[in-house]
Design a protein around this ligand. Structure first.
Ligand code: GAR
Length: 238
C-alpha cells in the first residue's frame, strides 16, 4: 500500500492542467503561476497568454518564460485617437486562439475588459476570474478606495466563476485581511495583491486536484459532503 507521501506525489505525476491566462496589466499574478509551474509546485502547463494591451508587462513575463502569447490590442494599430477594437472583434480573435490551445481552464488574471455571454459560453474551458474585493461587495473598479470610504473592517480578494453578469459568478475562494484606516488605497491594494498571489495558485491547485469540480459547481448536482460551503475562505492578514 502506498504511504501518504507516495499517494500525494502520484497526484502530481498525472497530466498537468492546461491553463490559458488572459491579462491586461503588469502580470504579477501570472508571474506567480509561471514560477509555481517552473518549480513543479503547481500541476499546470500554461499553454498561452492572451493580452488586450500591447505593451502589458505580463506579455514580457510570458515571453521570458517561453510561453506562447497573443496580443489583440484594444487600441487599433496606428490609430492616434485610440479608437478601441470592438469587443466582438477581440472575442473573435481570442476564441480562435483558445480553440487552438485547447486549455482545460481559462484564468482571467488582471484582465480588464468585460466579456460577453456568447464568448464565455462558447469558450473551450471553464473560466475563473481574480477580483480585488470580497464579492459580492465591490464589483467593478476602484475597490480599495471604495472599501476605505465605506469604513469596512475587512477586505480581500475573490476567485469566482465567470458568467455573463460582471463579477457575479459563484465565488470559489476568498482571502481576507483587516483594514487599517490609516493606510492609503495604494497600500491596501499592495496588501491585497499579496493575498492574490496566494489565493490564485491555491484555487488552481484545488481545481487541478479535483477538490473544486467546476462542472459540478456549475450544475445542480449535489456538492461533495466533505467540501465546506463555498466560498472557501482564508484569513491571510499581513
Ligand atoms: C489584480 O489586483 C486583480 O485583482 C485586478 O487586477 C490586478 C492585476 O494585477 N483585477 C481586476 O481588477 C479585475 N476586475 P497583475 O497584473 O499584477 O496580476
Amino acid at each position: 500500500m502506498p504511504n501518504i507521501s507516495q499517494a500525494q506525489s502520484s497526484s502530481f505525476d498525472s497530466k498537468p492542467l492546461k491553463v490559458a491566462v488572459l491579462v491586461s496589466g503588469s502580470g504579477s499574478n501570472l508571474q506567480v503561476l509561471i514560477d509555481a509551474m517552473q518549480a513543479g509546485s503547481l500541476p499546470i502547463e500554461i499553454v498561452g497568454v492572451i493580452s488586450n494591451v500591447k505593451d502589458a508587462y505580463a506579455v514580457t513575463r510570458a515571453q521570458q518564460a517561453n510561453i506562447k502569447t497573443a496580443v489583440f490590442s484594444h487600441i487599433t494599430e496606428g490609430d492616434k485617437a485610440g479608437k478601441r477594437m470592438g469587443i466582438k472583434t477581440f472575442e473573435r480573435h481570442a476564441t480562435a486562439q483558445l480553440n487552438e490551445w485547447q486549455p482545460d481552464l481559462i484564468v482571467l488574471a488582471g484582465f480588464m475588459r468585460v466579456l460577453s455571454g456568447d464568448f464565455i459560453h462558447s469558450a473551450p474551458a471553464p473560466m475563473i476570474n481574480l477580483h480585488p474585493s470580497l464579492l459580492p461587495k465591490y464589483k467593478g473598479l476602484d475597490t480599495h478606495q471604495r472599501v476605505l470610504e465605506s469604513g469596512d473592517l475587512y477586505h480581500g480578494c475573490s476567485v469566482h466563476l465567470v458568467t455573463a453578469e460582471l463579477d457575479a459568478g459563484q465565488v470559489l475562494t476568498q482571502a481576507m485581511l483587516g483594514v487599517n484606516k490609516q493606510q492609503t488605497a495604494e497600500v491596501l491594494q499592495s496588501r491585497v495583491q499579496q493575498l492574490e498571489h496566494q489565493i490564485l495558485p491555491w484555487t488552481i491547485l484545488l481545481i487541478a486536484q479535483g477538490v473544486l469540480n467546476l462542472e459540478q459547481i456549475n450544475s445542480d448536482a449535489k456538492p461533495s459532503p466533505y467540501l465546506p460551503a463555498l466560498p472557501l475562505k482564508l484569513w491571510l492578514d499581513n
